[in-house]
Design a protein around this ligand. Structure first.
Ligand code: PA5
Length: 437
């Protein structure tokens, strides 16, 4: 077997287990089993999301407070579907408000966001599935306090939208107490699988992205995957099988390298989906975010001549949103650049992607190429659904539960303990003892 290859018979050998896994996912989703609700999101009613988004679209700014699955999907959608430098565009060129994400607990960021917005003209969405995450709560408490000081409690509540679980956490009762708008994050949808729920759709739709088309694309992908039941016909089965086969051959990293700035945040979203879903019980490949062509000038040396411990995916877009023809110029000093004159900047980018894939293959490392015809709502919705299927199926093959995150919960509990939350003192003690070791 040449370097970089896996035994395709072994990949084909995953077919029966993938068939079982696929049936299990779909059956569990229709039974409403915890964590599987993402499969049904394309069919859910989004009238409430659209109505709230329409209201938000008239404001000057939108601040979202959330972290992890309550933030990364939004940034991914905006990155892929909105023009770059969105906040700097004049209002006449934007179909919605400026957008700010308060995810990390960083006083400098939060203070700057507050300084950049006019509270009278801003909507704050606070998103937390659990309704208790310390980072989100701390950031929200800061904005809520400032809002009340500036607008008074009653008016402040008119500028807040809560997205949370129907039952869990403090946000739902908080929304009832202050009387603000509220959208439900379905109980059977986990954080990192929630981008096609109100979590991702609300800010997307408020900024002019069609939530309906995203869901149509996801539904279409779901339908097409459901129709194909061999490993070499079903691309989600194939990528899950390849990923696991390479992982079992010692390639414990998976590098996602799009050649499109608009997909940089897709890598962030994917990294959470893949890492948090599969990293369990001593198993799981580490997701690595890369961006072409930038990482050609940073990481390719390692990728080609470093250890054979990675599976690469190079991602391109066939019909990019913009084109520039590289201009000619007459200076003698630049004559050696004439090979570029008159060429398309997108061709250069395509050749870069091709060269990278070829260089990786030549070095004997495995590379998957994915071409997206065009970056629009339908295709992005399809890509989201596709990668969610791949991740869930890879979890099934690896025999881990892709829908829980005990490691994340552990970290949250230690933080609660250290910050003095009642009933978490044992956690505080444990973390202090571990730190002293
Ligand atoms: O996927 C997950 O469940 C997590 O990464 C969460 O998205 C993250 O911890 C934020 O949690 P919450 O939305 O409950 O505030």
């Amino acid at each position: 077997m040449p370097g970089g290859a896996v035994d395709m018979e072994a990949v084909g050998g995953y077919e029966d287990i993938l068939r079982n896994g696929d049936a299990w996912l779909r059956d569990s989703a229709s039974e409403g089993r915890d964590g599987l609700g993402w499969i049904n999101l394309p069919a859910r009613d989004i009238a409430g999301v659209e109505e709230t988004a329409k209201w938000i679209s008239g404001f000057d700014a939108m601040v979202q407070v959330g972290i992890g699955g309550s933030a990364l999907g939004n940034l991914m959608l905006h990155g892929a579907l909105l023009p770059p430098y969105w906040n700097e565009l004049p209002r006449s060129k934007r179909q919605g408000p400026r957008f700010y994400m308060s995810d990390n607990v960083d006083p400098a960021d939060n203070r700057m966001i507050w300084n950049l917005i006019d509270p009278e003209q801003t909507v704050f969405t606070v998103i937390s599935k659990s309704g208790s995450t310390a980072e989100t709560m701390a950031n929200f408490l800061f904005f809520w306090d400032r809002l009340k000081v500036d607008l008074g409690p009653k008016k402040a509540a008119e500028h807040v939208v809560v997205i949370t679980d129907e039952e869990k956490g403090v946000l739902r009762p908080f929304a009832d107490e202050i009387g603000c708008r509220r959208l439900v994050l379905p109980a059977d949808v986990g954080g990192r699988f929630s981008v096609l729920s109100p979590v991702g759709l609300l800010s997307g739709a408020a900024l002019g992205i069609s939530a309906r088309k995203l869901l149509e694309g996801a539904a279409e992908m779901d339908r097409r995957l459901a129709e194909r039941n061999t490993v070499f016909e079903n691309p989600a089965w194939l990528l899950a099988a390849l990923s696991v086969a390479h992982y079992r051959q010692g390639r414990n990293m998976t590098v996602l390298m799009p050649y499109e700035d608009a997909l940089e945040r897709f890598c962030e979203w994917f990294a959470q989906l893949w890492g948090e879903s599969l990293g369990k019980n001593g198993t799981g490949s580490t997701p690595v975010r890369a961006l072409g062509a930038i990482d050609q000038h940073s990481q390719i040396q390692l990728y080609t001549e470093g250890p054979d411990d990675k599976l690469f995916t190079v991602m391109t877009v066939a019909e990019p949103a913009e084109e520039i023809t590289i201009p000619e110029t007459e200076e003698k000093a630049l004559v050696s650049l004439s090979y570029l004159f008159g060429q398309s900047m997108n061709s250069l980018r395509r050749y870069e992607a091709l060269s990278t894939a070829a260089a990786i293959a030549k070095s004997g490392k495995p590379v998957v190429s994915i071409e997206i015809p065009k970056l629009d709502e339908r295709r992005l919705g399809a890509m989201i659904q596709f990668y969610e299927h791949v991740t869930a199926l890879a979890g099934y093959l690896l025999d881990v539960n892709p829908f829980d995150q005990p490691g994340v919960e552990q970290g949250k509990n230690y933080t609660y303990g250290l910050m003095g939350r009642p009933n978490y003192s044992a956690q505080a003690l444990e973390v202090t003892e571990l730190a002293e070791k």
